[in-house]
Design a protein around this ligand. Structure first.
Ligand code: ADP
Ligand code: MG
Length: 348
């Protein structure tokens, strides 16, 4: 049995079904990400697990115990939210100590544990600071220290980094992952950012309108999307309609499917390449944009469809707007994807 189990969980607000029969398990010590667009039910599921919200139907089991109707204070779950939720009239130290004081832990132990937690989030030196004098990133680290100091069974992080700027965010992603490993703490991390989910997770649960669209390791979800939605949300796949793909390559595609191809799997060249096991199509470069260490070309194909092609951003071998190019689409990278996941599940 998994450490945390959601069994057929349904949550309705009036007529609005926000969680639509959610079932999955989380192994002890894993860092699991709930990934999905805004409004798909991620926070609601966390709130149901923490006890801040009740479920309409179904069961939640934590470490073999049915906690569906157990009050929040008895679930031993730590939570960090997107918005900074520190007590403004308390210093960092007092904020972090709060949970231990409530549990009537002795003062010497509180002092030691608070110092350890503050060191762990790299806030030593800021013990006496008030939240208003801290940056957003520092406030979130203090909130993290406050959550881990009580040694919860489960740590829930609800988009804790989404209000933090890109560079600091990367550093905090690694720090959270390290703390998770050091403490072996079962952690659920919510995000709407696929890159963040990729770097953080042992397992990704991809949400779509209150349902789980796909679950798997970052690599599995990235390389084998089960639906058009999954392919559009992760990996920025090019998607070609069945008719376009057939017109371009002569290869028939079964009905109800699209062809998804990752931009980095496509070869681009000026000369006609002599490639085996690849579909060769020609096109015209219409745009190129640098994206970090990758250069992304937009190429218009015959018939008007455009695809993205990513190549490593070197200073040579670049194509200009208007250049005629050959694209090679490796056969094994042209994934046949059902338009919706329900038909994928039936087909499997
Ligand atoms: P996410 O965290 O994925 O962005 P939420 O779980 O916050 O999504 O919300 C999912 C849906 O549930 C939204 O349509 C939201 O309006 C609705 N919802 C969330 N909380 C409440 C509530 N307390 N009352 C009514 N509707 C709610
Ligand atoms: Mg949310």
């Amino acid at each position: 049995m998994a450490y945390i189990e959601f069994r057929d969980v349904v949550k309705r607000f009036g007529d609005n079904t926000v969680l639509d029969h959610i079932s999955f398990g989380i192994q002890q010590g894993d860092l699991v990400t709930l990934l999905g667009p805004s409004g798909c039910g991620k926070s609601t599921l966390l709130r149901c697990l923490s006890g801040l919200e009740t479920v309409t139907e179904g069961q939640i089991v934590l470490d073999g115990r049915d906690v569906t109707n157990v009050p929040a204070s008895k679930r031993n779950i730590g939570m960090v939210f997107q918005q900074y939720s520190l007590f403004p009239n308390m210093t960092v130290e007092q904020n972090v100590a709060f949970g231990l004081k409530m549990k009537k832990v002795d003062p010497a132990t509180i002092e030691r544990k608070v110092a350890e937690a503050i060191a762990m989030v790299e806030l030593s030196g800021k013990e006496k600071a008030y939240p208003s004098s801290l940056s957003g990133g520092q406030q979130q680290r203090a909130a993290l220290a406050r959550s881990i100091v009580t040694e919860p069974a489960v740590l829930l992080l609800d988009e804790p980094l989404s209000a933090i700027d890109a560079k600091l965010r990367k550093a905090l992603q690694s720090r959270i992952r390290e703390i998770h490993q050091e403490l072996g703490l079962t952690t659920i991390f919510v995000t709407h950012d696929q890159d963040e989910a990729m770097v953080m997770s042992d397992v990704i649960q991809l949400f779509h309108s209150g349902r789980i669209e796909q679950a798997g390791s970052p690599v599995e979800v990235y390389t084998s999307p089960v639906s058009e939605f999954a392919a559009s949300f992760i990996g920025s796949y090019n998607q070609l309609s069945a008719s376009d793909f057939t017109a371009l390559t002569g290869v028939p595609v079964p009905q109800g499917n699209v062809i998804a191809i990752r931009p980095e799997t496509i070869g681009i060249s000026r000369e006609r390449p002599d490639e085996k096991d690849a579909h060769l199509v020609d096109g015209t470069v219409v745009d190129s944009t640098p994206r970090g260490n990758v250069l992304r070309y937009t190429v218009r194909l015959e018939g008007g469809t455009t695809v993205f092609v990513d190549v490593l951003f070197r200073s040579f071998h670049m194509f200009d707007r208007g250049n005629k190019v050959y694209l090679s689409l490796p056969e094994r990278d042209c994934l046949v994807i059902p338009v919706n996941a329900a038909s994928a599940r039936t087909a499997a």
